[in-house]
Design a protein around this ligand. Sequence first.
Ligand SMILES: [Zn+2]
Ligand SMILES: [Zn+2]
Length: 353
Amino acid sequence: MHEIILNSHMHTRYSDGSGSHNDIAKAAIRAGLDAVIVTDHNVWVNELAGYYQEGDRKVLILVGEEIHDQTRVPQKNHLLVFGAGRELATYAYDPQLLIDAVNRAGGLAFIAHPANPAVPFQGEADISWVDWNVQGFTGLELWDFFSDFRDHLKTKLHGIYYAYFPHRIVRGPLPEAIRRWDGLLATGKKVVAIGGSDAHAYQMHLGPLRRTVFPYEFHFRAINNHVLLPSAPGMNAVTDTSMIMEAFRQGHCFIGYDLPAPTRGFSFTAHGLQRTVLMGDEIESKGGVTLTIRLPIRTECILLKDGKPLRVWHNHDLCTYITTEPGVYRVEAYIHYLGRRRGWIFSNPVYVR
Ligand SMILES: [Zn+2]
Ligand SMILES: [Zn+2]
């Protein structure tokens, strides 16, 4: 498989971000990304999708959309739509109709920031997802930068501190998001987890000082999706986009927090009697299944079954486990960085049936 690094969920001047698609492409090339998915609020700006090149480096800009009902108070239920090939914001008033429309259009629907806490001192409401009865979505944004950030924002001083020390923010997916994901997986559904930046490159004014808080490039070195493709993408934006969308649909991806150490090279595979599968895939338990985890560096690795830790390895880079038990198996890896234990890798599950 060919691993690409893709950053998802960002805003440009077409909604509430401060940069252009071109700024994003430049930042992505500097950060060494292969692709990004721009998701402006309730507007699909498709004419700016495609490969952007600088020197001998290139990046694929995909354009999706973040859709929510702007008349709802508070404005909860944000849905990330990828690969639908058309504007769908007209369905924003009903999350289920919207998801159905995404599926009819052949796109992918991810619940954005499922747990997104309020910031009382700024008067910002909790904008978590609340309509949990919806069916047919592809997955959820398990780990997004801004939910993690908002969770630390107790006072304005915290906001200023973290604006200057963004490397200290990210800790891991919020426990409520993980609980939601495990709960959905327990119903027998396949639910793909992705990571997101929710990047805006906000302009902050502090007296005479003007500063871009969390520039795009900072995000592009932080919470990324590592997507496993059947072949290396070339220069054809259309075929590469559909290959990436298909890998997301299958859950052939993991979330890596690349700032403390690059997560490239992580793998989680399952070997059964007949075949070997990737994260995101199903495999028969009959005859036993060997789960193999490879980490790019030695660190703490947890194998979970049905949301509960099954085995913990400390300071390992190759971990194996043999099972005959059906269940949803996934991996979390943690790393020590800037004085605390932080989430590093969250895999998609292998579904042992
Ligand atoms: Zn949102
Ligand atoms: Zn957003």
